[in-house]
Design a protein around this ligand. Sequence first.
Ligand SMILES: C[S@@+](CC[C@H](N)C(=O)[O-])C[C@H]1O[C@@H](n2cnc3c(N)ncnc32)[C@H](O)[C@@H]1O
Length: 263
Amino acid sequence: MKIALDLKIESSDHLSADYIEAIKQRTNLPLLEISNIDEYSHSLCLEDSGLSLQCLNLKAGETHKQPTKVDFQDAALLHRKNGFGKNQGLAKAVGLNKHEPMHVLDATAGLGRDAFILASMGCQVNMLEQSAVIYSLLFDGIKRTENSEDEELKSIIQNMSLHHASAQDWFNEIMQGAKAKPDVIYLDPMFPPRNKNANVKKDIGLLQEILGFDEGNDSLLEAAKKCAKHRVVVKKPGGKVIKGGIKPSFIVPGKTAHFEVFV
Ligand SMILES: C[S@@+](CC[C@H](N)C(=O)[O-])C[C@H]1O[C@@H](n2cnc3c(N)ncnc32)[C@H](O)[C@@H]1O
């Protein structure tokens, strides 16, 4: 996969030159131009309306692909927040149906949706994201929400803090005593597909295209277990539990994903 940075800014009212420079520096992506567009499969596109990830190669019959953007006003996300509350699998796995809101370390933040749900229930969520491209998307989504007029979303976002960091490095610092232990560590890495026909959500499909799959998830889990005060939660794809791997204390089932909980 080859990604280029596409700057399509018309008015730079809220996008300061420093902000644009920070994205360039952090991602180190080449600039997309008409002359080199055929060389790239994806673009990280900065427009006045925000930063998004776009697929440049269309399959036969496709006229366009919906870009992926971090949007905390997304209807499906708000439905998940308002409709299911503490009865949803994620909340039960973290323990919010029985305990007070906690300090959660979301060590694989991605597009920040799970972190947002936990933050909306009062948890203080520290998010780690190792990919510069995904970190930039998430940072942009948070910044847009902070600048919006939606007071409820703004107060949820205040419970979330984002770091461009790898989980392994962060865990090492916790073990050395340089960082505090969170109550709960949440892991949702890019698991390899269990069958290649499995339906994946569009956004996750795009993440898979550009990031591939994570190896070493068991060693990440072992390190996390040494760093959490109360529990580690691992989100696994598919509703069906497959035997094997490190045995959890219990499992919270779900339709499209289940949660393995290590107390
Ligand atoms: C499946 S996505 C997470 C989706 C997220 N739970 C959400 O609700 O949007 C996995 C993300 O974890 C990140 N990641 C994987 N391993 C990581 C690690 N060791 N440290 C930090 N980030 C990691 C990947 O770059 C990817 O963005």
